[in-house]
Write a protein that binds this ligand. Structure first.
Ligand code: NAD
Ligand code: ZN
Length: 369
């Protein structure tokens, strides 16, 4: 079992990573809650989506019940389009009907969508209840469940309404990934590769030679990859909770990635796939502005492409550039890029010439042919 502490005062919390952890979740939460509370926290409200409930719901509730909890399951419909305030309101009404009170605990059991919606719900209902994250996609295990960001989408854009609300604990069981569709599995691996480029060279090396299909049958290696990614995210988040400085390094590949997602109306790429292209673009940009040598840039590009096929980039470079300038994270019209300096080291640049960005997107289209 790997335990990674997200060291945020006043409430540091642990992410626990282990194959088969779901079976032990009741026992682990029992220890956690009896150690930190006087009041009784017996009632757990698990928010999930039908696919996760069907495959893993019984395992979770059996373990919780055996440890003396009284778990109740609340379902939200599956999919990014349900990541909206109306879902939070509907779940709040359900919580209230089921008698949830201040001593209740909310459990987010699903991918990043469930994590974000449930995180927001738990920060708002009765002005905030205890939250436990049990992420079930690679993306949620290595990224979305750590760091306390919650949020829902508006018509005007993604994640525009949200809060910071950290869980008491994050329980990560890589075994649940066995039922994840192949494409979702690989999409999450690109975020793990991103962690490698940002600050874990050994993780990068492991992923650049991995066969994604074989990895699905190698639980020990998968557990290690997830634990290393969680470690990286925990280190970054612990040093900068609110994204003013250091936390921005986590956006490697996301500047162009978000623009690619937006330009294709969020239908063409899974998030991790867009980030994968974004990482290739940032390697190319970094090489063009002499931040990384050619060999380093090629290694990043090759590692991304070796993880499997990506949906093609067809967007026009000018359209991507226009979107970059209107992104909500753009400050005073200056586009910031996270650029690799070497494998395991990145820096923020705000002086990338437009022409270099255009050529990088041209290159993505060329690689897509
Ligand atoms: N809060 C953060 O810091 C943060 C960080 C990154 C991403 N996000 C958010 O995460 C969301 C994307 O998350 P995602 O990629 O996990 O998508 P998702 O939550 O939509 O899950 C993808 C699909 O996999 C299914 N699924 C989940 N677990 C499964 C399992 N074990 N077996 C079979 N099917 C399973 C889901 O039902 C869904 O259909 C986006 O909304 C993004 O904004 C948040
Ligand atoms: Zn991401």
């Amino acid at each position: 079992m790997t335990r990674v502490t997200i060291a945020l005062p006043p409430c540091p919390y642990d992410a626990v990573i282990e194959n088969g952890l779901l079976h032990r979740s009741g026992e682990i939460l029992r220890v956690l809650f009896s150690a930190i509370f006087n009041a009784k926290h017996e009632r757990l409200f698990i928010v999930t989506v039908p696919p996760v409930r069907h495959k893993w719901g019984k395992k979770l509730t059996a373990s919780l019940s055996a440890a003396g909890f009284v778990p109740k399951i609340l379902e939200m419909p599956d999919g990014e389009r349900h990541k909206k305030l109306a879902t939070v309101e509907r779940l709040s009404e359900q919580l209230s009907r089921l008698g949830a009170d201040r001593n209740s605990v909310i459990v987010a059991f699903g991918g990043g969508v469930v994590g974000d919606v449930t995180g927001l719900l738990s920060s708002l209902y009765m002005r905030g209840l205890e939250l436990v994250q049990i992420p079930t996609t690679v993306l949620a295990q290595v990224d979305a469940s750590i760091g306390g960001k919650t949020g829902v989408n508006l018509r005007a854009g993604k994640n525009l309404v949200g809060t910071f609300h950290h869980p008491r604990m994050v329980l990560i069981d890589p075994t649940v990934l066995t039922t994840l569709p192949d494409r979702e599995f690989r999409a999450g691996l690109y975020e793990a590769l991103k962690c490698g480029v940002i600050g874990k060279p050994e993780l990068f090396r492991a992923l650049e030679t991995v066969d994604a299909k074989k990895l699905r049958r190698d639980p020990a290696k998968l557990e290690w990859i997830i634990a290393e990614s969680v470690r990286l995210k925990a280190e970054v988040v612990s040093s900068d909770e609110r994204e003013n400085g250091l936390r921005r390094v986590l956006n490697l590949g996301h500047t162009i990635g978000h623009a690619l997602e937006a330009e294709t109306s969020y239908r063409h790429f899974l998030h991790g796939e867009a980030v994968a292209w974004g990482m290739i673009a940032s390697a190319r940009i970094a090489s063009a502005v002499h931040r990384i040598d050619q060999a380093g840039a090629s290694r990043i590009t090759d590692a991304v492409r070796a993880l499997g096929p990506l949906p093609k980039v067809q967007s026009r470079s000018r359209d991507i550039l226009r979107l970059l300038k209107s992104d909500k994270k753009t400050r005073n019209g200056v586009v910031h890029f996270v650029l690799p300096r070497e494998i395991g080291k990145v820096e923020i640049a705000n002086d990338v010439p437009e022409q270099v960005v255009i050529e990088a997107v041209d290159e993505l289209r060329r690689l897509s042919r």
